[in-house]
Design a protein around this ligand. Structure first.
Ligand code: FMN
Length: 369
């Protein structure tokens, strides 16, 4: 498997489940990744963890990301993923959350490079598919050791390295550092997958041009507009209007009904995800290159607070509404409607019952990040 020239869907806990990945595939994504699975829970055969390893036939190339610290556990979990169709196994070395780092996994591995090297080496030796590693720049601003970590990962036999251009301590408020990604590209020979702040096709192109990375990986950009893969592939924006976006959401509902089933239990499971997803989808704004390219060179559009100055239609305003209560209503309407026309009618009823208040109008103006 070649990790060059690809646009990967990033591993996204809660976001990257099978129905959402199918939607990304329908809009041009050819390389998908699972949400992070705890290796020790896979080994214990915990059903919710095993569910994360499931691949859909539509996915041409699917990688499973595991969080692990012990080689034997990583190998057993990796084999379970391979049995279920994983084309490669990715080791998470970037997850910042407390529950992961206190168990010696995720970003903790950045602080133990020798241990990380042994872990990767054993995985490479024992697993029948390529092994990749996803890292951050380091633990903190004072401890950016990505160069050393990348060298050890390459020497341990990993086939590619994804670099999220931030440290463990950094939140999303600061821009991802593409210069650091460029530095690692020049220092290493294995393909580097650049990751951080890609929201448009031209930012994907610029990340590749500026850093020389072999491939790019898109996270929040895909949650905000799953059609970003088509835009990157075609090198132009695709600007679906409100009605067209409702059509896309309904396509996604179809995948969810297939996956979770249409009974009450399935509905409940889908509802755990759908309003959350709508919290990302509501941030979509068209960002044509002609208008935004220069701005994107100064500051990532993902971090930009775009103000909606234009008059927008009722449906458009509703799809941009940031209120969780509204997302729940939209999710219910999407699930319960039989076709696009009924969804649109229900959406109009919701819009009429929930006009934006002044503070919400101001909040609607806040977009990405
Ligand atoms: C909701 C969410 C869930 C994430 N889950 C994971 C994960 O399971 N594993 C991982 O390595 N990174 C995870 N990340 C980080 C992303 O994969 C990616 O590295 C980061 O968001 C930067 O890329 P972006 O600017 O394109 O979003 C997650 C990010 C978000 C927003």
């Amino acid at each position: 498997m070649d990790f060059r020239g690809r646009v990967l869907l990033a591993p996204l806990t809660k976001g990257g489940n099978l129905p959402f990945r199918r939607l990304c595939v329908a809009y041009g994504c050819t390389t998908t990744m699972s949400e992070m699975a705890y290796a020790f829970q896979v080994v214990r055969k915990r059903p919710t963890e095993l569910a994360l390893l499931r691949k859909h036939a539509d996915e041409p190339c699917f990688g499973v990301q595991i969080a692990a610290s012990k080689p034997d556990v990583a190998i057993e979990a990796g084999r379970a993923a391979i049995e279920r169709g994983a084309s490669w196994i990715d080791l998470n070395c970037g997850c910042p959350i407390h529950d992961v780092v206190r168990r010696g996994m995720g970003a903790t591995l950045l602080q133990r490079p020798a241990h990380l090297g042994r872990l990767v080496e054993t995985m490479v030796k024992e697993l029948s598919v390529p092994v990749t590693v996803k890292i951050r720049l380091g633990w903190s601003e004072d401890d950016k050791n990505a160069s050393e970590v990348a060298r050890i990962i390459e020497e341990s036999g990993a086939k590619a390295l994804s670099v999220h251009g931030r440290t463990r301590e950094q939140r999303y408020s600061k821009a991802a550092d593409w210069d650091w990604i460029a530095k690692i590209v020049t220092e290493r020979t294995i393909p580097v997958i650049g990751n951080g702040d890609i929201l448009t096709w031209y930012e994907a192109r610029d990340m590749q041009l500026k850093s020389g990375c072999a491939s790019v990986m898109v996270g929040r950009g895909a949650l905000i507009k799953p059609w970003i893969f088509r835009e990157i592939a075609e090198g132009r924006e695709y600007q679906p209007n409100a009605e067209q976006r409702i059509g896309i959401y309904r396509q996604w509902i179809g995948y969810q009904k297939e996956h979770f089933r249409i009974d009450e239990k399935g509905r409940k499971r889908a509802m755990f995800f759908m309003p959350w997803h709508l919290g990302f989808l509501c941030r979509y704004r068209p960002l044509p290159a002609a208008q935004y390219y220069e701005q994107s060179k100064v500051h990532p559009l993902m971090q930009t607070r775009l103000v909606d100055l234009d008059e927008v239609s009722t449906l458009e305003r509703l799809l941009r509404d940031p209120r969780e209560q509204v997302h729940q209503l939209l999710a219910d309407a999407l699930w319960d409607s039989v076709d696009d026309a009924e969804t649109i009618a229900r959406f109009h009823t919701i819009a009429a019952a929930h006009p934006p208040t002044n503070s919400e109008s101001a909040e609607v103006a806040v977009a990405h990040g």
